[in-house]
Each structure stands twice: as C-alpha cells, then as structure tokens.
Design a binder for this molecule. Structure first.
Ligand SMILES: [Zn+2]
Length: 302
C-alpha cells in the first residue's frame, strides 16, 4: 500500500494518541508532533444534505423525517462521534450507508455504524478490495461489508430525495462510486476528489490516473453549474466542498503530472531524476505527488 507522507504522519500520530504503541515503543520513536484534537463538525449544505468532518474522508448525510442516509464512515472512533451527534438530529435507524470506496478512512467505522444501519451499498469491486486490505492490515475483525453492490449505476428513493450512484471506471481505486443527491443537486466524490492536496493513487487496488482524469471531466459534464461537490479530502484549512471548476483543476493536475513524467521518460531521464520533481503548477499542494505511480502507469506493458 502506498501512503503519501502526510497520511503516514497522521496515521502514526493518531496511533500514538490512541495508545496503540507501548511505552518502550514511544521512547524508541522520534518525538512525534502532538496530533491535532479531533473535532466532529456537522455542516448542512442544502435540502437536508450535509457533511460530517472529524478525521479521515469527509462523510455525507441526508436527514429527513422519513429517511436517513450516510455516506462513508471514517474510522471507528470518529463514526462513534458521528452516532453521538446524530442522536439530537434523528431518532430513525439509518436506511442506508453508502461507501464511496474501500479505504480504511472511509469504511473503518462501518462496523460501528452497522447496528444502526439497514443496508450498506458499495461498488461491486469494493468489498473484495476491503477484504484484501483488512487481511494485509490484520483488521478483519473490525470490518463490515456492503450487503448490496452495483456494477455501473444504482438508484434509490430515500424519503423525498433520490440518490443515485455511478461508476466511472478505475480512478483512485478500481471500486470508486460517485453518489448524487439528485434533488439537492449535491455530488459526493469520495477520494476521486482531493482539493489542493496531492491525491493518493492506489495502483495496487487498480487505480488509473489516465481514466481518473477523464472521469473528472465526465462527472462535471453529468452535472451543472449549481452542483455542490463534496471532496474526500482537502488541504488543511481548505474547503471540502466546491464546484466543477475544482474538479477540472484536479483533471489539469493529472494532465500536468502525466505530461511531466512522460517528457522525462521520452528524454531518457532516469526514474530517480524524474521522481525528484513536482507536478508543474501544483507545488503549493499539500503532501507529495505520487510520481512513481505515474511512472509505473506510463511504463507498464499493456
Ligand atoms: Zn481513498
């Protein structure tokens, strides 16, 4: 599994904060910066749809008198914060939990939410990827998987809202779903959208930069100028929602990335030399660009 540097630091420091490592481990480590306190925040967006932020991928929610729906579950501890915060907002059991993809900062709370949820839905490739990931991380006992999966599209009436899902092919992984609240005109992008932050490209899980780039353009074409997009992640302090323009900026990022790496390959430069660079035009983004992944994709035999 490839993690960018920031994700690794966050994981390590939260593990420390959670007391996962024993005292001897603590002394053996470099002094880690104190993890920022996790503050759970519910933010309404439009027409009963909103977001929940604590730690990990941005969650989405729909709360109506007749139906409650959740998108993603972050981690076990933050999904408990979500449950606690929901108590004052609804008494209903959640009709649906939708997973945008299998990564642990999006499905890590599935098991905590499971008793409160009637059905979990994800793309058909997501459960197998989640199982593989759980085996690798020895977290099999902490998982809950989708009860229902879809191949290309999926749709449900949820209270007075209509929610649909679409698969745009390989992108951040090979099992990313884009969820659309049709009446609210809000799209949850999961990690297909990373705002001002170098996105993680999970090639071992079937990611494709080339198709991700095309997908972003297709998503924007499928919606309109008034659509609000929810982003899986953003640079610290930057908004986790935005417009189609932001999606096209990420498309340009990938285009610039592939172009930069391909030029290096064509000029006969070594991988090492190419990987020292940054994505032209995106040096201000948070984290590290995954140029190695771009290199691997561009040099892979078909
Ligand atoms: Zn992810």
């Amino acid at each position: 599994m490839r993690f960018n540097r920031r994700e690794f630091v966050l994981t390590s420091s939260s593990a420390l904060a959670a007391g996962v490592f024993g005292p001897s481990m603590l002394f053996a480590q470099q002094p880690a910066p104190a993890a920022p306190p996790t503050v759970p925040v519910f933010t309404p967006l439009r027409r009963n749809v909103g977001i929940f932020s604590a730690r990990g991928g941005t969650m989405g929610w729909l709360i109506t008198p007749d139906a409650v729906l959740v998108v993603d579950s972050q981690f076990a501890d933050t999904s408990q914060m979500f449950l606690d915060g929901m108590k004052s907002r609804t008494q209903r059991k959640f009709d649906l939990l939708l997973n945008t993809h299998h990564h642990p900062d999006h499905t890590g709370g599935n098991k905590v939410l499971r008793p409160s949820v009637t059905k979990i839905v994800a793309h058909q490739n997501a459960p197998a990827l989640q199982r593989k990931q759980a085996a690798a991380q020895k977290t099999e006992d902490n998982q809950a998987y989708a009860d229902e999966t879809f191949t290309d599209t999926w749709k449900a009436t949820v209270g007075d809202e209509v929610v649909s899902a679409k698969y745009y092919g390989a992108g951040h992984t090979s099992g990313d779903a884009v969820f659309f609240f049709e009446r609210a005109n809000i799209v949850h992008m999961g990690d297909l959208m990373s705002h001002q932050r170098h996105p993680r490209v999970d090639r071992p899980s079937g990611a494709s930069i080339r198709n991700w780039l095309v997908s972003l353009e297709r998503v924007v074409k499928d919606h309109n100028a008034d659509t609000i997009y929810i982003f899986g992640h953003a640079k610290v302090g930057a908004p986790v929602t935005g417009s189609g323009k932001d999606l096209l900026t990420l498309r340009d990022y990938f285009s610039s990335m592939l172009d930069y790496v391909q030029k290096g390959i064509s000029a006969g430069r070594s991988a090492e030399e190419i990987l020292k660079g940054n994505v032209p035009g995106f040096a201000d983004s948070e984290g590290m660009p995954q140029l190695q992944v771009a290199y691997d994709e561009l040099t892979a035999k078909a």
